[in-house]
Design a protein around this ligand. Structure first.
Ligand SMILES: Cc1cc2nc3c(=O)[nH]c(=O)nc-3n(C[C@H](O)[C@H](O)[C@H](O)COP(=O)(O)O)c2cc1C
Length: 174
C-alpha cells in the first residue's frame, strides 16, 4: 500500500481546505492516507539569520514526514490572490533543508474558498512553484463556493464527480 500524506496550507482551526483534505482522504481507495495539520509544526518566519542558528526541529519533523510518504494531497487557501504566508514560509524553509523535498512523487493539488473562484489564482501559482520543490502535480481540483457546495459534510454531486475524477487520475500515478 502506498503511503499518502495529506495536508492543507492553512493554519486556521476551522480551515475549509483542511475540511476538503479530510473529505478527500476518505475517498482514496488505493493507498493509506495520513492527514496532517501544519498547525502542529509552527515555524518562525524564514530568515537567513535564523537559518544560521540551525533548522527548527518542527521543520526537520515535517520534512521527515514528507520523505516517508510516496505521494501527497495538498489543499491550499488563497490570500490576496497568492499563497498564504504560513504555507509560503513552510515551502521556503523546506527548500533550504531539501531542495526537491517532494522528490518527483505524485501530488493531487487542490484549493477551496468561500468565493466562486475557489482559490484558482493561487492554485495556478502553486502549479508553477511546487515543481521547483520536486512536486509531480498529476491532478488538480478547485472548489469554489465551499459553503454552498459542501453542506453537512456532503459535497454537491457535480463537484463530487470532478473530485472523484481528480482522485482517479492521482491514483493511476501511484
Ligand atoms: C488575508 C486574507 C486574504 C484573502 N484573500 C483571498 C483571495 O485572494 N481569494 C479568495 O478566494 N479568498 C481569499 N480570502 C478568503 C479565504 O478564501 C477564506 O478565508 C478561506 O476560508 C481560507 O481557507 P482556510 O479556511 O482553509 O484557511 C482571504 C482571506 C484572508 C484572511
Amino acid at each position: 500500500m502506498k503511503k499518502i500524506l495529506a495536508f492543507s496550507g492553512s493554519n486556521s482551526s476551522t480551515s475549509i481546505n483542511q475540511q476538503l483534505i479530510n473529505y478527500t482522504a476518505k475517498l482514496v481507495s488505493n493507498g493509506t492516507v495520513e492527514v496532517e495539520d501544519i498547525r502542529n509544526y509552527p515555524l518562525p518566519i524564514f530568515s537567513l539569520d535564523l537559518e544560521k542558528e540551525g533548522f527548527p526541529s518542527n521543520l526537520e519533523a515535517f520534512k521527515n514526514k514528507i520523505q516517508a510518504a510516496d505521494a501527497f494531497i495538498i489543499s491550499s487557501p488563497e490570500h490576496n490572490g497568492s499563497t498564504p504566508a504560513v504555507f509560503k514560509n513552510l515551502i521556503d524553509w523546506l527548500s533550504r533543508i531539501e531542495k526537491k523535498v517532494f522528490a518527483d512523487k505524485p501530488v493531487l493539488l487542490m484549493s477551496t474558498s468561500p468565493g466562486g473562484r475557489g482559490g484558482s489564482s493561487n492554485l495556478q501559482l502553486l502549479e508553477k512553484q511546487l515543481p521547483y520543490q520536486g512536486a509531480n502535480i498529476v491532478s488538480s481540483f478547485s472548489l469554489g463556493g465551499f459553503h454552498d457546495k459542501m453542506k453537512d459534510g456532503v459535497l454537491d454531486e457535480e463537484e463530487q464527480q470532478k473530485l472523484l475524477q481528480a482522485i482517479q487520475l492521482f491514483e493511476e500515478k501511484l
